[in-house]
Design a protein around this ligand. Structure first.
Ligand SMILES: C[S@@+](CC[C@H](N)C(=O)[O-])C[C@H]1O[C@@H](n2cnc3c(N)ncnc32)[C@H](O)[C@@H]1O
Length: 411
């Protein structure tokens, strides 16, 4: 049977410290080199020129760059070669040398003439997915890439679990601000693997509907105990379920470590010897202003942003925030949990010298279908919250960035 009719034989090359030659420093090399570098290959690039990204790899010492065209003998002692120049004759010469030397050779210009093909690959959580067309005649890089994408996506979101080992203990997963698309890939996968999910009121609650029926979903707000005891009760519920050998996800709004009490839970679990995985989330402090069109920094306008909790008023003895320092900041102030106290907070900022006409925006239920934005100034925000009926959850942004929008001129 002619070679073209046989399927390729799939194999995983272990290239660590093995001499690998790449001929041609253009776009193909730029796309292939990162995986070869990740594989630990001892890479020599032979090419008179290279793209800026490939050049950066050489500058960083990840590859050795020989700045000339391919010459006969360049493949000596190598294990693997990628031929990827725009010069067909040079590619033919290099692949002929590879054939003579029995070195597997990938060609970017002629798959039929190559002795090896690069599969469409993707990696997720310890698995490499590699997809090849079965026959040369069927080679369709778009199809293999699409199959790869579908498989990697399914593994990431847990649609395909393939009985993999589950992450032991409890995962504290940052669910992002509310839009179910804004959870991380890892968070979504851990959710799909969970036996028990203990969820907050904030965060991507829509994702809970997608969980299979056997998954026990516990509303953290409904765990019975007095107000002061709620966190202890949540910690205990996490511990109890983990000790029963269940895969437990604590699904939190935003990021677990931004006013999320994530560390308290991690400490309680660690004290019981229960492994904890923390999965960062997109915090509402940045994403909710962004969803309402407000950048928390902007060149020439704000060189810093500060995120503070407004859950206690400035004159409350429990407050740990230095409001006079906040008033002196020239950048952006982002206040979480501040709807009830924003009148008093604005007064304190003005008293400490912040101009009363400093713009303020309140974004309620950001990134969800019910998101709304209400604008005010420090002087008016206390009244505006009441007259507009702004309710938690809302992120409050104080500073000149509130007036930025895409149609404003670049400075
Ligand atoms: C207990 S804190 C948790 C913050 C969370 N860990 C984070 O990183 O976004 C809750 C506060 O976050 C803000 N918040 C969270 N999600 C929000 C959303 N979708 N829209 C507006 N504010 C939100 C509100 O200020 C709310 O009172």
């Amino acid at each position: 049977m002619p070679a073209a009719q046989h399927p390729a034989y799939p194999v995983g090359l272990r290239l660590t410290d093995r001499k690998t030659i790449v001929i041609g420093g253009g776009q193909v090399a730029q796309r292939r080199l990162p995986a070869l570098i990740a594989a630990g290959a001892d890479i020599t690039l032979i090419s008179p020129s290279a793209t800026p990204s490939v050049e950066a790899m050489a500058d960083a010492g990840e590859i050795t760059w020989v700045r000339r065209r391919y010459e006969e003998g360049d493949l000596a002692d190598s294990w693997y070669v990628l031929v990827a120049t725009a010069d067909r004759a040079a590619n033919d010469l290099a692949s002929a040398e590879a054939e003579r030397g029995r070195i597997w050779c990938v060609r970017s210009d002629d798959a039929d003439a190559a002795t090896a093909w690069t599969p469409a690959t993707g990696r997720t959580e310890g698995v490499t997915v590699a997809v090849l067309s079965s026959e040369a005649a069927d080679r369709d890089p778009r199809r293999t890439a699409a199959v790869r994408d579908a498989l990697v996506e399914a593994l990431r979101d847990g649609t395909v679990t393939a009985d993999r080992t589950r992450t032991p203990g409890v995962a504290l997963v940052g669910g992002g601000p509310g839009d179910p698309d804004l959870i991380t890939v890892r968070g979504r996968r851990l959710l799909a693997e969970a036996d028990v999910v203990i969820a907050d009121r904030l965060g991507p609650r829509d994702l809970l509907d997608e969980l299979p029926p056997h998954v026990e979903v516990i509303d953290a707000a409904k765990i019975p105990y007095g107000r002061q005891m709620v966190q202890e009760a949540i910690n205990q519920a996490l511990i109890d379920h983990a000790k029963q050998g269940k895969a437990v996800v604590r699904l939190k709004g935003g990021d677990p470590y931004v006013f999320g009490r994530g560390m308290e839970e991690a400490q309680a679990l660690a004290a019981e010897g229960i492994p904890v995985t923390v999965v960062p989330g997109i915090s509402s402090s940045i994403s909710v202003p962004g969803a309402a069109g407000i950048p928390v920094t902007h060149r020439g306008v704000a060189h810093e942003f500060t995120v503070v909790s407004g859950h206690v008023a400035p004159d409350d003895e429990r407050s740990l925030v230095d409001w006079s320092a906040m008033a002196r900041l020239t950048g952006t102030l982002v206040i979480l949990m501040g709807v009830d106290k924003i009148g008093k907070i604005a007064e304190a900022l003005i008293t400490h010298g912040k101009p009363a006409d400093t713009p303020v925006a309140l974004i309620q239920e950001g990134t969800t279908a019910t998101q709304r934005r209400v604008d005010a100034t420090l002087a008016t925000v206390g009244e505006t919250v009441v007259s507009e009926g702004v309710k938690p959850p809302a992120v409050i942004v104080v500073g000149a960035v509130v007036h930025e929008n895409p149609s404003r001129n670049q400075r």
